[in-house]
Design a protein around this ligand. Structure first.
Ligand SMILES: [Zn+2]
Length: 400
């Protein structure tokens, strides 16, 4: 009798958990949207327990303990506003999350794609051609044919890029105040000049960014995550080092952004150094060489690490304008206005983008056209030296 009562109780608990799984997933998604919108920095967003990376881990364990099902997660995603669903585009596309979202990932990605296509149609610089590959993949999956996309181009203007050589052996650190903090020798750029920078690649979306930049003759700095640059995705036959090579071949300046995108401020000095130099060595391994440039993930530097980079002849970069292209609260045109607003207020400077987000590629054509129309120049900060062999950074052991 007693045993039966326990079983009944367990059974109803199980049922209650099942019906609540969807609501729990929906609450999680709401918190993610709110946390993303409220975050004052990329760091704060990434650290939030509602960040997509953390939610996928949480759901995986909740599914394992039968508090939730994949169907609950899928249903919650399906009911989500598509503009916010874009926050999850990389997680949905990741094969490693198949166990959680495998049932619905393809459908949701198609929904996101459809959203971007419609959103794009509202822009003056439509630029469908740059998304040709996406459109083809979208259609090949049995989706409806897309009308009127792929005819508009921005090629009616080209930037005359100003290349500014930087001698990184003198010590070079771009701080948030438009100054080169170490040498104090020169301003980073003059008024009405911008430096375009892209972090966190290489990913597939990097190729779209490259096409757009090429179309208008723009050059940029790419800060790549080491482990991504050497990643080989056998299942999808993607060798990411080939994308890193394309960045180099297109004449952009590229360097490191740590090995795993770690928060280096939170690590021991030597571990942080390993992250910096192993990451740069990954990029050298992927491409065959690299520029001596580095950006701290989340901008979280320490004076000791900046000094070490200086000693190693490697430039470190902060930014002056954060496009906040990692937030889903702005539509593409709002994102362009937001970024241009800062550019105008600061009369230019180093602009931070992320080449891993579709919405970044989406905003770029019209953003670049606006820059050009308003008379901004694009500056390519180009180190005078390159690194051809892996950096030996290990401390020399003391002589016995
Ligand atoms: Zn980053």
């Amino acid at each position: 009798m007693k045993k039966q009562t326990v079983l009944v109780a367990l059974g109803s608990l199980f049922l209650a958990a099942c019906s609540n799984g969807f609501e729990a997933a929906q609450l999680d998604l709401n918190s993610a949207v709110n946390a993303n919108s409220a975050a004052v920095s990329y760091d704060q967003w990434h650290d939030s327990e509602s960040h997509p990376e953390h939610l996928l881990i949480k759901w995986r364990s909740q599914i394992a303990s039968e508090q939730m099902t994949s169907a609950d997660v899928c249903k919650a995603f399906d009911e989500m506003d598509v503009q916010h669903l874009t926050l999850f585009e990389n997680e949905l596309a990741d094969e490693a999350n198949k166990d959680v979202v495998g049932e619905c990932a393809e459908e949701l990605l198609a929904k996101i794609e459809r959203f971007y296509i419609n959103d794009r149609a509202a822009l003056t610089a439509n630029l469908g051609n740059f998304f040709e590959h996406d459109v083809k993949t979208f259609e090949s999956k049995g989706n409806v044919k897309i009308q009127g996309v792929g005819s508009d181009k921005t090629s009616d203007f080209k930037f005359q890029v100003v290349t500014k050589p930087i001698d990184t052996t003198l010590g070079y650190h771009v701080d948030p105040d438009r100054k080169d903090k170490i040498t104090k020798k020169y301003k980073v750029v003059d008024a009405k000049q911008v430096v375009l920078t892209f972090d966190d690649g290489p990913r597939l979306n990097t190729e779209i960014v490259l096409k757009i930049l090429d179309e208008v003759g723009a050059k940029a700095l790419f800060f790549q995550v080491g482990e991504k640059a050497v990643e080989l995705d056998k299942e999808n036959k993607i060798n990411y080092s080939n994308i890193a090579k394309k960045v180099a071949a297109a004449g952009h300046v590229f360097g490191g952004h740590s090995r795993t995108h770690a928060n280096l401020r939170a690590l021991d000095y030597e571990v942080a150094r390993e992250q910096i130099y192993d990451g740069l060595n990954n990029v050298i391994q992927a491409v065959g060489w690299a520029y001596p440039i580095f950006r701290f993930p989340y901008g979280n530097s320490t004076p000791a690490l900046i000094n070490n980079l200086t000693k190693m002849g490697i430039a470190s970069f902060y930014w002056h304008v954060d496009s906040e292209d990692w937030k889903s609260k702005r539509s593409t045109s709002e994102l362009i206005d937001y970024t241009m607003g800062q550019v105008r207020a600061k009369a230019g400077g180093v602009i931070l983008f992320h080449d891993i987000h579709k919405r970044t590629a989406q905003m770029l054509p019209q953003f670049l056209r606006t820059l050009h129309n308003e008379g901004y120049q694009i500056v390519l900060l180009k180190p005078t030296k390159i690194i051809k062999s892996p950096i030996d950074y290990k401390p020399v052991p003391p002589k016995p």
